[in-house]
Design a protein around this ligand. Structure first.
Ligand code: TRP
Ligand code: ZN
Length: 883
């Protein structure tokens, strides 16, 4: 809980540590009531220290201090004092061994940070500042140490004892205890420490690295889950090979362990050689897991594995540099997933997340740069900005440098900084040094928050055969940053002619005859206003802009409707084709909103319907792309484009259009549904996933027609994979079919012993768009399968209702807001990280109409008035109320 004045930490105040810890030796006695931790730290003054102070300040939170000794001498009371989260020892020698005993209570730890218990097993989560809940330490990432760990526990209750590195000894002790000792040769910051003790089963495999070393791979789970580990294991081996082939990165120990736990605040954690995962990100089998679930497992397993280099071997100097490891690693895992499946589909999914969640964050009260300059609680900065926008920043460097120079930059970065704790600046510098590309202006992407807006106008001069792109950029103010300097924006373009892409010849730039493809180029947009003139353009082209979503910006262009239809039908860039479909869909929504306001019925434009029909009948195009292009822009995306947001009007307009599309295209939708059905054995291959996605997109449209309900029922009853079954359940739950309650009951009966499937059961109900959903959610909170201590359950029910069910969350009586505030107040003590994360939808109150704003604000004020707010909740609520 926070002290009276929660303080703000600033990047500009960074100082190197006064002391270093060369060796960390830990001993854990895991007990049923409490755990005793003994730490022996081999410490010395940092030769680079900036102060002459001889006092030592260690971090510690919620610890019971049992004893403290320096070089074997117990420290008398007056030699140290405790102030909040700091233990200050007034005078220490130049070099010494500090021995410290503490008692902690993992069984009572509900924050899931530090050492805690989940389904009977002990586990840890130390990032970012959780190690201080285990023992007193220099809990900052620039203090790196070699760890030796001894674990002592009851042999029957905790047969498996794990920590980082290699196991160097195991031993049976008296009183039913046993002991195991671990040594990790790689110096690491405390946030990468991990310990696991429990009754666990495992699947094992091995991997031979590029230099021929054998690595043992183990995935530890509860015995009942052993049949759901194969996909994670295959993903791990694919990721290990991919990192060797694409980045030249080899694994560096003989052992790599993954452990799955039920209660986990995030997706997974990259602890050195002992990754700890949320079960939702490891376990998968066709009967219980959707295609999206399979892909998430693959992506998260790869992400955590890739951290071994981008995060562990080279780590962050301080938490302001979080994107150094997260942005780079998300970029790496996105490229991996693209290579394992469909690159365009993966790109469109990532862009969708960015344009909804990240753009919203950038426009809201918690907006911050990819490298923030201040925070109250670092846990609040594991955000879509640091992760996803951070990955876009790395992607832009890749685009500006080209693949080979980027790889050279990456090699230089790892060679130069191996074993160090470094900054985003060090990363950019390595990229610059290896490539010779000047990234000085580009660095603003790290320091300026907000989403840049690009306005482009295209003009063709037939006489001069010239095509001019006039580009202006601007960026809205964000908290603490009123004015922004122009960004360096890589704008990837092509010019589409009647028969394909035209050769590009930029005025004032020598013709590049070397490259094979001169029909696509990256324009360096660097000024507030800029013109690019293309010469020898023989026909009036349609500009294909921001290809592959080459920069995380909002783009507007003076397109004609025919231009968008042409891009949608024939651009070679998949992202641009999809984006054109979204722009056309947006135009339909705007029409429907206008019609609605005038009390008229909305009609879908015939050319849009024709384009949709063409898509449905196109057997050449990837069915997954067809499915994505058939979707109207999501309500979340529309909320970023229309201001102020009227949730109900948007929902109504979108529903009316969906019905219009379904009615007009019944036959092609049915044909596509039948074409995509298959009774092949399930595989999570790109090809099968694509077919299922189109089939289920067609089903969701057909639900607006008389054919849908029977199809949904049939699919629900006969499908053997969870993708089709849960898509059918979702369709049924959102319909008025009387069958609904039977279906829900049957699903529960079938899967009551699979917690991850029950989460899906909670989630479909929480996301139901029909009236009465909040009442149902409240009822489900008392269901025996619900557990407010389990983050996955909270996310499935409360998180999904508040964050992904806009019509119901924003019900006009304000009940949704009060419900969320109640949940936040409840969780504030139990689990501050989860409480704070739930606040997202409420904190963005300023984008709604005035009456709505007032209701939302009232709930935020109610939370702020609570006593003992955690720093996590306090930061989000206070910042969102600040004017
Ligand atoms: N480093 C983890 C990742 O991105 C993130 C993480 C896992 C985390 N657990 C956490 C961050 C708990 C904060 C708190 O892979
Ligand atoms: Zn990560």
């Amino acid at each position: 809980m926070r002290d009276a004045q929660p303080s703000t930490i600033y990047l500009k105040d960074y100082r190197v540590p006064d002391y270093l810890i060369d060796k960390t030796s830990l001993s854990f006695h895991l007990g049923e009531r409490s755990t005793e931790v003994t730490s022996r730290l081999t410490m010395r003054r940092n030769p680079a220290a900036e102060t002459a102070s001889q006092s030592l300040e260690l971090h510690g939170a919620e610890l019971e201090l049992l004893s403290l000794a320096i070089n074997g001498d117990v420290l008398p009371e007056g030699d140290w004092e405790q102030q909040g989260e700091l233990l200050c020892i007034h005078r220490v020698p130049e070099a010494f061994e500090l021995e410290c005993k503490t008692r902690i209570y993992p069984q009572k730890n509900t924050s899931l940070e530090g050492l805690y218990k989940s389904s009977g097993m002990f586990c840890t989560q130390c990032e970012a500042e959780g190690f201080r809940k285990i023992t007193y330490y220099l809990d900052r990432p620039d203090v790196m140490s070699v760890f030796d760990v001894e674990i002592i526990a009851d042999a029957d209750a905790y047969p498996v004892l794990l920590s980082n590195g290699n196991c160097t000894a195991t031993e049976t002790l008296d009183n039913g205890l046993h002991r195991s000792v671990w040594h990790d040769p790689f110096p690491k910051p405390a946030y990468l420490f991990a310990l696991v003790a429990g009754k666990l089963s495992r699947i094992s495999d091995s991997f031979t690295t590029m230099s021929g070393r054998d690595v043992a791979l183990h995935i530890y789970v509860e015995e009942k889950d052993l049949d759901k580990c194969d996909h994670a294991m295959q993903s791990l081996k694919n990721a290990m090979r991919w990192d060797e082939e694409v980045y030249g990165r080899e694994y560096d120990l003989e052992l790599f362990n993954i452990v799955a736990v039920d209660d986990f605040n995030m997706g997974a954690m990259e602890n050195k050689s002992l990754n700890i995962f949320n079960t939702s990100c490891v376990l998968a089998k066709p009967e219980t897991t959707t295609d999206a679930g399979f892909q998430r497992v693959e992506g998260v397993v790869a992400h955590e594995y890739f951290h071994n280099w981008s995060g562990n071997r080279v780590t962050c100097r301080d938490w302001f540099q979080l994107s150094l490891k997260e942005g780079f690693t998300v970029f790496r895992d996105a490229e991996f997933s693209a290579d394992m499946g469909s690159p365009t589909v993966k790109r469109v999914e990532d862009v969708t997340l960015l344009r909804t969640a990240q753009f919203a964050e950038d426009a809201g009260p918690m907006a911050h740069p990819v490298r923030p300059d201040s925070f109250i609680e670092i846990s609040n900065f594991y955000t879509v900005t640091v992760y996803e926008k951070g990955a876009e920043v790395v992607r832009m460097i890749h685009t500006l440098l080209g693949p080979e120079p980027f790889r050279a930059g990456s090699d230089l970065y790892f060679a130069r900084h191996d074993g160090q704790a470094v900054t985003c600046e060090d990363f950019v510098k390595a990229m610059e040094d290896a490539s010779g590309v000047d990234l000085s202006q580009f660095r603003l992407w790290y320091s300026q928050a907000g989403t840049p807006q690009l306005s482009v106008q295209g003009d063709y001069d037939a006489q001069a055969q010239r095509y001019t792109l006039s580009v202006t950029q601007s960026c809205p103010a964000t908290p603490g940053q009123a004015e922004k300097a122009p960004f360096h924006i890589p704008l990837k373009v092509a010019l589409l002619g009647e028969a394909g892409q035209l050769p590009l010849q930029l005025k004032g730039q020598p013709q590049d005859t070397e490259t094979a493809d001169n029909t696509e180029m990256v324009l360096d947009v660097t000024e507030a206003k800029q013109q690019f003139v293309f010469e020898n353009v023989i026909e009036s082209p349609v500009a294909s802009l921001l290809r592959g979503f080459s920069a995380p910006v909002k783009l507007s262009m003076n397109y004609q409707r025919a231009d968008l239809l042409r891009i949608m039908q024939s651009d070679s860039d998949g992202f641009c084709r999809w984006d054109a479909s979204q722009q056309l869909g947006l135009a339909e929504i705007r029409n429907a909103l206008a019609a609605q306001a005038a009390g008229e019925a909305a009609e879908v434009a015939q050319d849009y319907l024709d384009a949709c029909q063409q898509l449905l009948e196109d057997t050449q195009l990837d069915p997954a792309m067809v499915a994505l292009m058939l979707q109207l822009p999501s309500e979340a995306y529309l909320a970023e484009l229309i201001s102020p947001v009227n949730v109900h009007a948007i929902h109504q307009a979108r529903e009316a259009l969906r019905k219009g599309i379904a009615t007009a295209l019944v036959e092609p939708l049915q044909a596509a549904y039948r074409r995509c059905a298959s009774d092949e054995a399930y595989r999570p291959s790109a090809e099968q996933i694509a077919r299922r996605s189109l089939k289920n997109a067609a089903l969701s449209y057909l639900m607006y027609t008389s054919h849908g309900p029977e199809m949904a029922r049939e699919q629900f009853e006969t499908s053997r994979n969870m993708t089709d079954r849960s898509a059918a359940l979702n369709a049924i739950v959102n319909s008025d079919m009387p069958y609904k309650s039977d279906a829900l009951q049957r699903f529960y009966q079938d899967w009551q012993h699979e917690p991850l499937v029950i989460n899906q059961w909670f989630q479909v109900q929480a996301m139901c768009r029909l009236p009465g959903t909040l009442e149902r959610v409240v009822e489900l909170m008392s269901h025996p399968a619900y557990d407010a201590a389990n983050p996955n359950k909270v996310r499935a029910l409360v998180g999904a209702f508040c964050g992904q069910n806009a019509v119901n969350f924003h019900s006009e009586d304000g009940a949704g807001y009060a419900f969320l505030a109640d949940r936040v107040i409840e969780l504030n003590r139990r689990n501050p990280q989860i409480a704070s994360r739930l606040l997202g939808p409420l904190s963005k109150w300023r984008k709604y109409t005035p009456e709505v704003q007032q209701r939302m604000r009232g709930q935020l004020e109610r939370i702020l008035a609570e006593p003992e707010l955690s720093s996590d909740v306090y930061e989000v609520v206070s910042k969102s109320l600040k004017d």
